[in-house]
Write a protein that binds this ligand. Structure first.
Ligand code: PYC
Length: 407
């Protein structure tokens, strides 16, 4: 491993041979799976864990998001979960002794229509009521905070107001993966990259273990589905259907320029968001593609839409060159909230899926709560509202209005 050549201590432990049984098998070694393993080991002393991933570490959505963190959601259930996550993110570099470059630059969601202004008002009020730092700001203050924004009132979608959330920002996504991986391994968890799960054995209504692409059967007392992109395929292996449709989410990054903006700026009406990284690049992303797909390939059509909308907001960006473009495959549920917890039909099979375009920011809290569920057998209050059973009970948790640019 290249990093290992330059560091005194090796970043990862040795390559393990899969054992025939573990206490816990976690499918998916992204931020969610890794944080689950880390908190299981750290908080409950459960260390007999195998994390299986079909690609390399961080090769799924943990390495394909745009690294934004925030807690300014619109439902009490969502706000509690994401604000728990933001709290954990704030202490994570220290806890794991791994610099994750958290920058709490402030997050601004623009409102260009009367109904959007109404929406940000409501979000600000509910955020405040639950202790999350958010407030509505108006064009003068918006312009002072981000002078490069076109706040003139003659544009196609003039900016009328914004929801400002000071603790929002970005954290280096690869570093989060590496930090949790290092922490989980140090406590005894095994990470098995390039190990695809091809089947899950269930008998007498309980999960027994998983089958992998090299022909092994790996027994487990508990199996956790922490995958993204293929979460419904994995869940179907235990005979359960989940209401998930996959869509691509695309993003890109420009060449670096001198620092000129210090906020994350999101426009749901224009389906675009923009922020400048510490290196000076502009990270820009869009709404999910309007058709469903499992393709990992990004498209020129979406790139053109992102660039066009970004230039509408920031006319000064018009001559910047795009360096890279990428996409992730997002598992969208009907209410744009995740599916977390037990599955009634199959004992000891646990879901942490349906993370749409918001999985990265919830990774620490998800792992923390899923670990508690596994160790104690009790579903923590924070994740109770996200049970699969909510769809039958008509108790959806609609985050459509606050899930970034996707609504
Ligand atoms: O929810 O902040 C967000 C987000 C950004 C990109 C995709 N989702």
């Amino acid at each position: 491993m290249v990093l290992g050549l330059f560091r005194k201590e090796k970043m990862w432990g040795p390559h393990h041979k899969l054992k025939s049984h573990y206490d816990v098998v976690i499918i998916g070694a992204g931020v969610h799976g890794l944080s689950t393993a880390y908190y299981l080991a750290k908080n409950y002393g459960i260390t007999d864990i195998a994390l299986l991933d079909k690609t390399y570490l961080g090769g799924g959505n943990s390495g394909r998001n745009t690294a934004i963190v925030r807690a300014n959601y619109s439902t009490p259930e969502g706000i509690r979960l994401y604000s728990e996550s933001l709290d954990l993110y704030e202490g994570l570099s220290k806890e794991l002794n791994f610099n994750m470059l958290l920058t709490q630059m402030g997050h601004m969601s623009l409102a260009h229509t009367d109904s959007a202004v109404n929406g940000v008002w409501k979000r600000a009020e509910i955020n405040k009521a639950l202790g999350v730092n958010s407030r509505v700001i108006w064009p003068d203050e918006i312009k002072r905070m981000v002078p490069a924004l076109d706040t003139s009132q003659h544009t196609r979608y003039p900016i009328k107001a914004a929801l400002f959330h000071p603790p929002g920002g970005a954290i280096r996504h690869d570093a989060v993966v590496w930090g949790y991986a290092k922490g989980a391994e140090a406590l005894g968890a095994e990470i098995h990259p390039r190990t695809t799960v091809t089947g899950i054995d269930v008998s007498d209504g309980a999960v027994k273990g998983v089958r992998t692409s090299d022909g092994s059967f790996v027994g487990a007392d508990v199996v956790v589905n922490s995958t993204s992109g293929f979460c419904s395929t994995i869940t179907k292996m235990v005979g359960v259907d989940i209401p998930v449709v996959t869509h691509q989410l695309q993003a890109c990054v420009t060449e670096p320029v001198k620092p000129f903006m210090s906020k994350v700026v999101v426009s749901a009406n224009l389906h675009v968001y923009v922020y400048q990284t510490d290196r000076g690049e502009l990270v820009m992303g869009s709404e999910i593609d309007p058709y469903s797909s499992y393709s990992p390939l990004s498209t020129f059509q979406t790139l053109e839409a992102i660039a066009g909308h970004a230039v509408e907001l920031f006319p000064g960006l018009k001559n910047l060159r795009i360096l890279r473009q990428w996409s992730g495959v997002c598992d969208m549920t009907p209410d744009y909230s995740p599916i977390m917890g037990r599955v009634e039909e199959v004992k000891n099979f646990i879901l942490d899926v349906g993370w749409g375009t918001y999985g990265f920011k919830s990774g620490p809290a998800s792992g923390h709560n899923i670990a508690e569920l596994i160790a104690t057998g009790k579903t923590p209050d924070t994740i109770k509202p996200f049970a699969l059973a909510r769809f039958d009970a008509n108790a959806q948790v609609s985050e459509r209005g606050a899930a970034a640019v996707s609504h």
